[in-house]
Ligand binder design. Structure first.
Ligand SMILES: [Zn+2]
Length: 250
């Protein structure tokens, strides 16, 4: 094989690795960001339920305070009973005590209802909190993993970029220009073998005359300066001696 093509293939290998890393780097945070969004949704839901809980607790506190006032009132009315002088007074106070009793009972009923609702909402809160805690743990672990992986990938990327620079120096500027141009317009690989007259980039036949030229360039003693490109997909093509030999053996 022409040594220039061989060097270009090495460069392409490195570029394929770089592309793979870049793809993973852009994919990595996506799942994490999705889960983070879910987490913040759960968090705001949780706060909403917490607000409801506090409202009910506040309502219960004020009902209890009102009930306490009523209890105090009943107590002082009962104390008054000991100092009354007339039946009329007695009846009036007894009626007041009756009202107070009813009011106290009414508060008991209301407090019981509020307690039931409080317990229901507390159950809902606990369910949501459990879900939130589980997701928080997942997000924390995933974030740790993603950050570690990003560091690994960036270190790998640097290594490949170094390698790339070394390879660049060994390739002729003309061939490199052509390669870079193709790389900007086509997905890798852009340097492909032709096997049995078929371009391995687009899987179309190349002209027979060109196939012979490719073979000549591959087996020739002198380094061929000519760059061959597939007339269909424009990729740089070469004749792969090893692939042909393997095929004959098979
Ligand atoms: Zn092609």
């Amino acid at each position: 094989m022409q040594s220039q093509i061989r060097k270009l293939l090495k460069l392409q290998e490195v570029d394929e690795e770089i592309e793979k890393i870049a793809r993973e780097l852009s994919e990595l945070p996506k799942n994490l960001n999705r889960k983070k969004e879910q987490l913040s949704q759960l968090e705001s839901d949780l706060k909403e339920v917490e607000k409801e809980l506090n409202e009910i607790k506040g309502e219960m506190d004020s009902k209890e305070a009102e009930q306490k006032t009523e209890i105090e009132r009943k107590k002082s009315l009962e104390a008054n009973l000991r100092v009354i002088k007339t039946v009329k007074e007695y009846n009036a106070i007894m009626r007041e005590i009756g009202f107070a009793k009813k009011a106290i009972e009414e508060y008991d009923r209301e407090l019981e209802e509020l307690l039931e609702e409080l317990e229901k909402i507390e159950g809902e809160y606990n369910r949501r909190k459990e879900k939130y805690d589980a997701l928080l743990k997942e997000v924390t672990e995933l974030e740790e993993f993603v950050n570690k992986r990003i560091q690994e990938l960036q270190a790998e990327l640097e290594k490949f970029e170094e390698k790339r620079k070394e390879f660049l120096e060994e390739i002729s500027p003309e061939l490199l220009r052509k390669y870079e141009m193709l790389k900007n317009t086509l997905p890798l690989p852009v340097v492909v073998p032709v096997v049995d007259e078929v371009c391995q980039g687009c899987f179309m036949n190349v002209p027979p005359q060109m196939y012979i030229q490719l073979q000549r360039a591959a087996y020739g003693k002198e380094e061929s300066k000519e760059i061959f490109t597939c007339p269909n997909c424009m990729r740089i093509v070469y004749y792969d001696i090893e692939a042909e030999v393997n095929e004959e053996e098979a």
